[in-house]
Each structure stands twice: as C-alpha cells, then as structure tokens.
Write a protein that binds this ligand. Structure first.
Ligand SMILES: *Cc1c(COP(=O)(O)O)cnc(C)c1O
Length: 457
C-alpha cells in the first residue's frame, strides 16, 4: 500500500481560533462532475433508483489518465508500460478502460487476475505482485504469460517447479531498496541467489527488476530506477534477457488547491471538529505535480529517459490512485439532521444513509478532507456541518470536521464526496449492520451532452 499521511502534521489543539466551522477544502471538480451536479434530475433519479448510497464512476476519465501517462512516455522517447494497480478500485469498468486504452493491470490475487481477464485484459498484459504468492496464483499467472514480480527465494523455487520450460514464467525480481524497512522485496544478497536460481531453471525467464516505494517522492524513484538499470546490465552478462524495470505506483493526485491546503494546515484545531476530535495526520490532499506530470519529472531526473533508451530498458509503472484521479465520486442521502452547539454556536449534525467504510480513511485513523457537495444547490447561509453514518457506532463519522456547507442540509438532500475512486470507495466496505454494499453507477457520454448510466458488473 502506498497511502502516506505524514505530510500534514496537526498541532494538537491547533491555534487559538474561535470559529467552530472549519476552513473550506473545495475539491477540484472535473467537467463531467460539474455536468452531473448541474443536471436537474440525474442525481436525484439515481438516488431514487439505487435506494441507498452509491458510487459514480466515469471511465472516460480513466482513459484520459492512461493517455496522459502514455503521452509522458512518448514525450520522453521511452518505451513504457502501464499496469493499473487494481487494489485501488474493484470496478469492472476500470479494468475495461485499461483493456480498451492500452494499459495492463497489476493484480495480487486470483480474484483480481480473473476479474482483469474477464474485462479483456490479456494474460501477457498482467503484472502479478504481492508477497509469497499462493501456488494457485503463481500457476495461473505462468499459464497466462503474465509478468510475476517475485518477492522471495522460496516463492521463486515454487514458481520454478510450477512452470514448464515450454512456457517459462516471466519473472521480475522485487528489490528491497537500500535503507528501507519494508517487509517487501529482496536484499542484494538474495537477488544474487535469485539470479542463480533463474539461471538454473529453464522454466524461469528473468525479464528484469521491480520496486514499489511508499510516499510520493519522484527523485527517490528516479534514483532507484537508475540502480535497477545497472542490475539489468549485470543480469544480461549472466545471460538473462533482463529488459524491464518496474518502478511501482505512488503517483500523486491533486485533490484541493494549494491555498486551501495551506490554510487548513495553519489553522486546524479541535475547535473545528465534532466532539473536539483530533487526528495526528492527514493524507497530502494537495499535490503540485500529480500523475503523468510526476512521471515526466522522474524521466527527466538526471536524464533517466536517455539511460533507459541507451540501454534498451522498458520502464513499467503501476499507478493505482493516479489512474483513478477525478474518475469517481460517492453519493449519500441525508437521513437525519440535528442542531448541536459548540462554544455556544450552532452547527448541523447529519446522519447519512451509509457508513464511513465507503470513504476508507478510518483505516489510517484519519478522515477524508475534500469537502462534500450538497445537492440540490439552493441559496442559503453557510452552515458548519458534521456528517455521521447510519450505524450504531458513535465513532462512525464520515466528516468529524464541521464542513462549511453552503446552506443547512435537510433530510432528502444528497451529499456528494468528490474524487473517491482511488482507494476511498471500496477498500474497506463491508456489509456491517447487514447494510448492502453501495453499488457503482457507471456514467457514459450520450449524444446531446447527456449521460447514460449502467450498474458496474
Ligand atoms: C499498491 C501498489 C501499487 C499502487 O500504488 P498507488 O499508490 O495506488 O499508485 C503499485 N504497485 C504495488 C506493488 C503496490 O503494492
């Protein structure tokens, strides 16, 4: 996983500040989201049809994100391959968009592998990652000609026994970065042993090396990619066809503008939160060079692009979150609305028809900060509003923060959390309270600037 929170530290207690309503954190909205919000009927009709919370996916935006990564490779003159990190969202429409637009998929289970195949991603377009993979997964991946990022020597031995010389397993060796405390990847000594194992088995074909770093640092990725080019050249001297370096995922997403993020960090304190709640850290919701722009930075750093070209090395990337940037949102219906007071000032405390599991940040003891949007839009008075879930847990809150909604929310209104497709939607959902899992609605462009929709399979 790659969901770093360290960037925004919160002062416990915050600054002396008597406003009980938090500063706004308006999310960047994509044109398709503006169209959806401006449509007088569609959101209300969808909410009526779904009868509970739901996610909205717009796969055309995934296609746009794929094209942007391809353009960054083309601009740098680098042979590059995208493998979508599938754990970031289970929607079939995303795997389908990958198949249609020339991206592969990075999977880590038999379920993810078969789901990708079912959407038309071919076996040789799959990358299989994850530690100590199950024999079933190794066997299927070898059968389908997928690339396997092998994480330890025992796994390599099992793979050698499962694959056959007629159709050798395509192997990347996952490297443990120097000075990393990660539980994934192999040390330099283990890599040397793995090279020998590959050399000793006709059922293994060593195609290169991989890593995946937590955090979002372009320079660290560029430096390690350079080191893996050297490993490829060394492996070639031993007779291995090592031509691929995979630098994993961790391409940032820009959720909110710099000014909003800066103001939040400077002023945040318990006075902004229902029941005086505080969090130690938040995800870095502002990211200046997101997605393909970050790839361009990596390729430019010390002319990595030229070194890849000169040595005929293909660069693979495994973006999860960044491939889903601005490709989905999550809709709840307001089911209850109370007035509460803090420091003598009133605020709204809502109950919506779903749970915080559909926003996932409780996994990190944190909350999702981009402001939800209230629908329909009507004139009114800005109202500090916290948002609770339809469960019997006091701590199940979607927004502890008193979000400055543009008017008082009423029962029947919709609350739309923007930009939730990457990890926020379905990573943690469970049928808690026997509530149904929120369905995913897929929007397609139709003639006449209209949307048509289906349910994701
Ligand atoms: C999670 C993961 C990814 C995707 O990471 P993002 O931060 O979503 O881009 C890619 N590769 C590996 C090995 C992963 O574990």
């Amino acid at each position: 996983m790659n969901l770093e929170h360290a960037s925004i530290a919160m002062e416990p207690g915050g600054q002396a500040h008597d406003a009980i309503g938090a500063a706004p954190m308006p999310a960047h909205l994509d044109p398709w989201e503006r169209r959806l919000l401006a449509d007088p009927d569609l959101l209300g009709d969808l909410a009526f049809a779904m009868g509970g919370p739901f996610h909205v996916m717009y796969p055309a935006r995934v296609a746009h994100n794929i094209r942007a990564f391809h353009a960054a490779f083309a601009h740098a003159g680098v042979h590059g391959t995208i493998y979508y990190g599938k754990k970031a969202n289970k929607a079939a429409c995303v795997a389908r968009a990958c198949a249609e637009h020339g991206a592969g998929v990075d999977v880590a289970s038999v379920g993810e592998l078969t789901a990708a195949l079912a959407q038309g991603v071919r076996g040789d377009e799959l990358m299989v990652t994850g530690p100590a993979k199950a024999d079933d997964l190794l066997w299927l991946a070898a059968r389908h000609g997928s690339l396997l990022a092998v994480d330890d020597l025992g796994e390599l031995d099992r793979l050698a026994a499962l694959a056959s010389p007629g159709a050798p397993a395509r192997v990347l060796l996952r490297v443990l970065p120097a000075a990393s405390a990660s539980r994934f990847g192999m040390t330099s000594g283990e890599i040397e042993d793995a090279l020998a194992v590959c050399g000793g088995h006709d059922s293994l074909r060593l195609e290169g090396f991989s890593f995946h770093l937590s955090g979002y640092d372009a320079v660290a990725r560029a430096e390690l990619a350079g080191a893996l080019i050297a490993r490829c050249l060394h492996a070639r001297t031993l007779g291995h066809p090592a031509t691929t370096v995979s630098i994993g995922g961790g391409f940032g997403v820009d959720y909110v503008a710099a000014e909003a993020a800066t103001k939040f960090t400077a002023e945040v304190g318990r006075q902004w939160f229902h029941s005086g709640k505080s969090f130690d850290s938040y995800y870095p919701y502002h990211f200046p060079a997101p997605g393909a722009a970050m790839l361009a930075q990596i390729l430019e750093y010390e002319d990595l692009a030229r070194r890849l070209r000169d040595n005929a090395v293909r660069l693979a990337i495994e973006p999860g979150r960044a491939l889903l940037a601005h490709a989905g949102c999550t809709v709840f219906r307001v089911q209850g609305s109370k007035t509460r007071h803090a420091h003598g000032k009133p605020y709204r405390l809502l109950t919506v028809d779903g749970t915080s599991l559909s926003l996932s940040e409780q996994w990190f003891d944190s909350e999702y900060l981009p402001d939800p949007l209230l629908w329909p839009t009507r004139p009114g008075e800005v109202t500090p509003t916290s948002v609770g879930a339809a469960t019997c847990l006091d701590s199940d809150m979607l927004s502890w923060r008193r979000v400055p909604l543009p008017r008082p929310a009423e029962v029947g209104d919709l609350l739309i959390y923007p930009n939730t497709a990457g990890y926020q939607m379905d990573s943690n959902e469970s049928p808690f309270h026997e509530l149904p899992l929120p369905p995913k609605v897929v929007l397609h462009d139709a003639p006449g600037d209209r949307f048509r929709w289906t349910r994701d399979s």
